[in-house]
Design a protein around this ligand. Structure first.
Ligand SMILES: CC(C)(COP(=O)(O)OP(=O)(O)OC[C@H]1O[C@@H](n2cnc3c(N)ncnc32)[C@H](O)[C@@H]1OP(=O)(O)O)[C@@H](O)C(=O)NCCC(=O)NCCS
Length: 213
């Protein structure tokens, strides 16, 4: 049943292989189970918040609580749309499109993770393309940014393939050491709009004003 009061819940993105949508609670638990099985090789740490290195049960709970927290905190000037990624009805991971003051800045930020067993099959690129299609083609974004540790070849690879340009670095403290991220930016001028065979967006018309678009 569509959600009349929080229309972002009705947004769905369909690509050639994937369906991206706000998960219902049972689907969220299945997505969290993917995280529990592992998001990367032991010893890696792709996020500043080290949630992927928590024990499996806590990792899954983090995914769910983060999702509920972002849904609960939604505001037109500070929102984060978290979508479960499904491949043939099977959950494989999660992506996030988020923005602050979108109505003025028209800039979005993306985040993503996939279960380790689903890496390197083009799913990261296909799901990021879907998020960018939503941002540029449907919401009128002018730029998309992401921050990626310099030693994260998967995430760097997705951004490289989609034409992001280097936009400086960020330095943070991770486990008492400096962790350097590349700031990457894709401007709408460098975006090749997706065709209907690559991306079908539904549920966005009634939700647009929730994004400040
Ligand atoms: C980042 C992530 C979502 C990428 O998704 P993915 O589906 O594995 O990426 P793709 O298969 O679309 O690959 C994109 C490009 O990067 C390359 N790539 C992906 N993983 C790589 C790796 N471990 N080493 C080297 N290259 C890699 C691919 O070969 C591809 O380039 P190509 O087509 O020119 O060969 C996934 O690796 C992941 O979930 N990692 C753990 C969490 C994470 O790092 N999140 C991002 C934090 S910033």
């Amino acid at each position: 049943m569509p959600n009349d009061y929080w229309p972002p819940a009705n947004v769905e993105l369909a690509t050639r292989r994937l369906l991206l949508r706000v998960p219902k609670d049972d689907e969220l638990s299945a997505v969290a189970g993917v995280a529990a099985r592992g998001v990367h090789k032991p010893g890696e740490q792709p996020f500043l918040t080290p949630w992927t290195n928590l024990p499996p049960q806590e990792r899954a709970l983090h995914v769910m609580q983060q999702h509920w927290s972002r849904r609960g905190a939604w505001h037109v000037d500070n929102w984060a749309l978290e979508l479960g990624v499904f491949l043939a009805d099977r959950p494989v991971g999660m992506v996030v499109l988020k923005a602050r003051n979108f109505s003025v800045l028209r800039e979005v930020k993306t985040e993503s993770w996939l279960g380790r067993e689903f890496h390197r099959q083009g799913i990261g690129t296909e799901s990021r393309t879907a998020l960018l299609g939503l941002a540029f083609d449907q919401l009128g974004a002018v730029s998309a940014v992401t921050e990626v540790f310099q030693d994260n070849p998967g995430s760097q690879g997705v951004s490289r393939k989609l034409g992001y340009r280097h936009d400086g670095i960020s330095r943070d403290v991770l486990a008492g050491r400096v962790a350097t991220s590349d700031r990457l930016r894709l401007n709408v001028q460098d975006w090749v709009p997706t065709g209907p065979a690559d991306l079908a967006v539904s549920g966005i018309d009634d939700a647009r004003h929730f994004f400040g678009a």
